[in-house]
Design a protein around this ligand. Structure first.
Ligand SMILES: [Cu+2]
Length: 296
């Protein structure tokens, strides 16, 4: 009987051992399932990163599309073909295309937004009677400004560029613009003889600061005043399409001068060198190749 009990006891012990092993195994498999549960909180943490990287992913494509485009190589490459011509060299078709593109930007609100940027002195882009930083920023800021409009025009019609009004040789408002005022209300131009007659003094400047001061305080200001109406009012001036053509001329004069004064650049550093509200820096816009346009 004792042997039976002993054998029975051994069998019970073996069964108990097997059960314990099995439970132990299922506990181990429960243990991983516990991490699975603790992974579950980790899993919801994983989705947020996923959803975080999801906005990051669309943000990345939209960044190259929006912000990087002006800054990186893509823009210069396709747009290198942009040629700014004299207002007197535009064909009637080119005038029509220009006006249609501007009218489109007026209709969709883009033009008005650009005009508003010019009315905000926080951008420190006019130097006359203002601090030295403003003096230095005048040319690079307006270069970035024109480039911004030109990109918008190109989005409407990639054959369109900003023509320049060469008031040295074309002594009056381009006739094609006589009834095209953009969002401006009026002009009150004076006689041809009171337009600037020579650029010699300006072009003879050897230092950037003296050059830009002569250009801004001289022909830049006087042509604004000569056209009159909205063009004579700093906050409203860009409403007149003639503003961009006048500033393209100013920009061309700078570009021509740069060819013989390659080391003379705006004295700007740090935040002063960023042409806000855009990301372009003074050194970036210093070279027209970076912006992808040339003058004819
Ligand atoms: Cu201005």
């Amino acid at each position: 009987m004792n042997i039976v009990y002993i054998i029975g006891g051994i069998i019970v012990a073996i069964i108990a051992f097997i059960i314990l092993r099995l439970r132990g195994g299922s506990q181990r498999s429960t243990t991983p399932s516990t991490p699975t549960i603790s992974t579950t909180p980790t899993t919801p943490l994983t989705p947020p990163p996923v959803s975080t990287s999801t906005p990051t992913t669309p943000a990345t494509p939209s960044t190259p599309t929006t912000t990087t485009t002006p800054t990186t190589t893509p823009t210069p490459a396709p747009s290198t073909s942009i040629v700014r011509k004299s207002t007197s060299a535009l064909s009637s078709t080119e005038w029509d295309n220009f006006k249609v593109a501007v009218t489109t930007l007026i209709s969709n609100g883009t033009y008005g937004q650009l005009v508003a940027i010019h009315s905000n002195p926080a951008h420190r882009m006019h130097g006359t009677s203002r601090p030295p930083v403003n003096v230095e920023r005048f040319l690079p800021w307006h270069r970035a400004y024109l480039h911004t409009l030109e990109k918008e025009l190109q989005n409407v019609d990639n054959s369109v560029s900003i023509p320049y009004w060469d008031w040295i040789n074309d002594r009056g408002i381009p006739p094609e613009l006589s009834s095209f005022l953009g969002t401006a209300q009026s002009r009150s131009p004076r006689g041809p003889s009171s337009l600037p007659g020579s650029l010699t003094t300006i072009n003879n400047q050897s230092a950037y600061t003296a050059f830009t001061q002569e250009l801004e305080d001289g022909p830049h200001n006087s042509v604004h005043g000569w056209v009159g109406g909205d063009m004579g009012s700093l906050p409203d001036a860009p409403g007149d399409p003639l503003f961009w053509m006048h500033h393209a001329m100013i920009d061309k004069i700078w570009h021509d001068w740069q060819q013989t004064h390659p080391g003379e650049v705006p004295n700007l550093s740090g935040i002063d060198a960023t042409m806000d509200p855009w990301s372009e820096t003074a050194s970036f816009v210093n070279d027209l190749q970076n912006l992808g346009y040339t003058y004819q």
